[in-house]
Design a protein around this ligand. Structure first.
Ligand SMILES: Nc1ncnc2c1ncn2[C@@H]1O[C@H](COP(=O)(O)OP(=O)(O)OP(=O)(O)O)[C@@H](O)[C@H]1O
Length: 314
């Protein structure tokens, strides 16, 4: 993205609170064409950010712009905006085609039938188009929502966890579709709590922790930030104590504990530890059976980012 002029989506000093809960805190970001991933744990503020951009919520503070318009105040924004919100949003008793065409007509699409056919084709629902959505799998229902969001050929797409509940094959197909939509020059903002998922589709990643934007950049840079961090690692195998001693001497770990024949080490930088282990194991006659991080979860990963990045203190 090159500067504010080309930005189709802008958050400028945006905060949103609900009573005492600060869902989003002073977030500023400009987005342009391509896929951007909005990564964060449950409750981080992703849905709030998307709802603000979709005009469903008004910011408590700051300025929101989509295609140059205030999405909460100016309904014209919906001509160029497609939204897939979290949760349900389809009517079981109607066919996929009926539901998509209804939205096409509501949005004043010139050829609602043709546009509906095209949207259903893009999401892979041509064959199932005339079946009732009640019999659809979760993945197929997600696709109906996506077709509804696409039917008026919007320039900006906001998708809240669109891959949730899909099987791996469906995920692959949907990742390809989102990448294609971004490559067509649309601004696609996709939320997720899974880094690996975001990495596969996004050119840029925004990380939200406790309502704050704590990191943004290319997926590889975000991965480094998330992965090369302090970690507790359990080493199992033959002569692991010798290996742990060598790691300690080399300054690669700060602490070593024995646990049921295994050792647990605290490494200040996980990537440096991983890089050093093979050679040091060979030197010390260690045969490793297992190397695994302890207490790994997304919460601790994001908690690390909160400490590491700006905006510490919530
Ligand atoms: N309408 C609301 N009323 C009160 N609190 C809310 C409301 N909407 C969101 N919150 C709170 O704001 C915070 C951010 O929620 P949000 O739904 O934006 O997070 P999220 O990252 O989308 O998480 P999830 O993946 O679980 O939906 C949470 O603490 C949530 O409880």
């Amino acid at each position: 993205m090159s500067g504010k002029d080309a930005a189709t989506v802008v958050l400028d000093g945006v905060s949103r609170w609900f009573g005492d809960t600060v869902a989003l805190s002073d977030v500023s970001v400009d987005l342009g064409p391509g896929v951007t991933g909005l990564l964060g744990h449950n409750g981080a503020g992703k849905s709030t950010a998307l709802a603000l951009l979709a005009g469903a919520l008004r910011p408590s503070q700051g300025r929101v712009r989509v295609l140059g318009l205030d999405p909460h105040a100016d309904r014209r924004v919906h001509r160029g905006l497609g939204v897939v919100a979290d949760g349900e949003g389809t009517w079981g008793h109607a066919s996929a085609r009926t539901q998509v065409e209804f939205l096409a007509r509501q949005r004043g699409v010139r050829d609602p039938r043709g546009a509906t056919d095209e949207a259903l084709r893009r999401v892979g629902l041509t064959e199932a188009a005339d079946r009732k959505v009640a019999g659809f799998s979760k993945g197929m229902r997600q696709r109906v929502k996506l077709a509804q969001a696409l039917v008026h050929d919007p320039q900006v797409l906001l998708l809240d966890e669109p891959l949730n509940g899909l099987d791996p094959a469906q995920r692959r197909t949907d990742v390809e579709l989102l990448v294609a939509l971004g490559a067509e020059g649309r601004t696609v903002l996709v939320s997720s709590h899974v880094l690996a998922e975001v990495e596969r589709m996004a050119e840029r990643v925004l990380v939200v922790v406790n309502g704050r934007l704590v990191a943004e950049g290319e997926p590889a840079a975000i991965r480094d930030l998330l992965v090369d961090r302090p970690r507790t690692v359990r080493l199992e195998g033959v002569r692991v104590a010798e290996l742990a001693g060598a790691l300690l001497s080399a300054g690669l770990v700060d602490a070593v504990q024995r646990h049921d024949g295994a050792v647990v080490v605290e490494a200040p930088r996980a990537v440096s530890l991983a890089e050093a282990i093979p050679a040091l194991a060979a030197q010390n006659g260690t045969t490793l059976r297992r190397v695994e991080p302890v207490g790994e979860d997304l919460e601790s990963t994001f908690a690390h980012l909160v400490r590491a990045a700006r905006g510490v203190g919530r």
